[in-house]
Design a protein around this ligand. Structure first.
Ligand SMILES: Nc1ncnc2c1ncn2[C@@H]1O[C@H](COP(=O)(O)OP(=O)(O)OP(=O)(O)O)[C@@H](O)[C@H]1O
Ligand SMILES: [Mg+2]
Ligand SMILES: [Zn+2]
Length: 339
């Protein structure tokens, strides 16, 4: 079965059983429905949103919905033992062994950067092996990330930071599900679904995605979670220290502090969900340091200032630009519950 068929099938099966295929990813129902529509229709997904809004988490959840798969042992292209297709398997260079790969490992991650070259994606000739076996021997070809993503989800973080030449190596795969290996005149099937991310333009240092490529993705905007969602995220993903209790109302305070940095013009880089997680964990550490077994408001104030100072950035136009600590303290105080 094609990867997109597999994913569609497992998602529809979960929906029929009234389970949430995106369980663990918190966003508006509308957004979740749009994501499922893209995935069920077998299209490639582009997630756009500020840092720390669950884009990587979402891609991993989708991979974990895939079933285990069987792969020819040692095959560099993840061939299906029932239907081997790569040059190595077709020339009987791999043994009869079979390995089983769990769904959540059917995930190849590429970190977008200006240094990523087309060869990284499409593979390259290894000169040492080429000397030994001859330049036309396919063993001399080292597969790229795209080949390694055969029968897996190809997750490309910050696609927009990749040089255009390298971006364009994806076009043939997205369009036809194959790659052509230069110099060998052979095509290798690559059955993958690409999930790419892009940070919005206000986050410095971004380039654009070429129009030809952008048109091959469905774009979904991911925003910040609501207070309730962010509290749930903390409960689910943040570390809890043994023997330290954290009142539900104080959890909301942690989240409100981060949220208020997202709503003021004084701040150009607001606190992400990661900042909330850091505040939550550090508040517990501070309570322990101070010899208590429950977190109180002062612990949160202290933890939040630490976590904001390392992360949030004050806008250059703000009157607090020279004095971020003063602004952070104000934000924290305003977010504390009233009397
Ligand atoms: N909407 C969300 N649903 C579930 N978890 C979330 C969500 N947003 C943030 N988180 C949590 O915050 C942390 C960061 O999330 P994640 O790495 O998925 O974000 P990201 O969007 O990939 O960030 P970046 O743009 O920096 O790569 C994780 O611990 C994750 O569990
Ligand atoms: Mg990420
Ligand atoms: Zn093979």
């Amino acid at each position: 079965m094609e990867l997109r068929e597999e994913l569609r099938h497992s998602i529809l099966t979960m929906l029929k059983a009234k389970e949430d295929p995106l369980d663990g990813f918190y966003a508006a129902e509308d957004t979740k429905e749009a994501i499922l529509a893209v995935v069920i229709s077998g299209r490639h997904l582009m997630l756009e949103g500020p840092p720390g809004t669950g884009k990587t988490t979402l891609a991993k959840i989708l991979a974990s919905r895939l079933e285990v798969m069987q792969v020819v042992e040692g095959c560099r292209y993840n061939c299906d033992p029932e239907f081997p297709q790569c040059p190595d398997c077709l020339n009987q260079r791999n043994g009869p062994g079979v390995v089983t790969i769990p769904g959540n490992e059917r995930f190849v991650r590429v970190q977008g950067s200006p240094e990523l070259m087309p060869e990284d994606m499409l593979g390259d000739i290894d000169p040492v092996i080429a000397m030994q076996c001859g330049i036309h021997d396919q063993r001399a070809f080292t597969p790229g990330r795209i080949h390694r993503a055969h029968r897996k989800i190809l997750f490309i973080d910050e696609l927009n930071r990749i040089p255009e030449r390298t971006q364009n190596t994806l076009i043939q795969v997205l369009e036809e599900g194959i790659t052509t290996i230069a110099g060998f005149d052979i095509t290798i099937p690559v059955d993958t679904i690409v999930i790419a991310t892009q940070n919005p333009e206000e986050f410095a240092g971004v380039d654009r995605i070429s129009e030809t490529l952008g048109d091959r993705f469905e774009r979904i905007q991911i925003g910040y979670p609501t207070v309730e969602q962010e509290v749930t995220i903390l409960k689910r993903y943040a570390r809890k220290y043994r023997g330290v209790s954290f009142d539900d109302k104080l959890l909301q305070t942690v989240v409100r502090i981060s949220q208020s940095t997202r709503q003021t013009e004084d701040i150009s880089r607001p606190a992400s969900v990661r900042a909330s997680i850091a505040t939550f964990e550090q508040a517990q550490a501070i309570a322990q340091l101070r010899g208590r077994n429950s977190v109180n408001q002062e612990d949160i104030e202290k933890a939040a200032v630490i976590s904001l100072q390392g992360r949030a950035e004050v806008s250059p136009g703000s009157s607090y630009y020279e004095n971020p600590a003063v602004l952070f303290r104000q934000i924290v105080e305003k977010s504390l519950p009233g009397e």
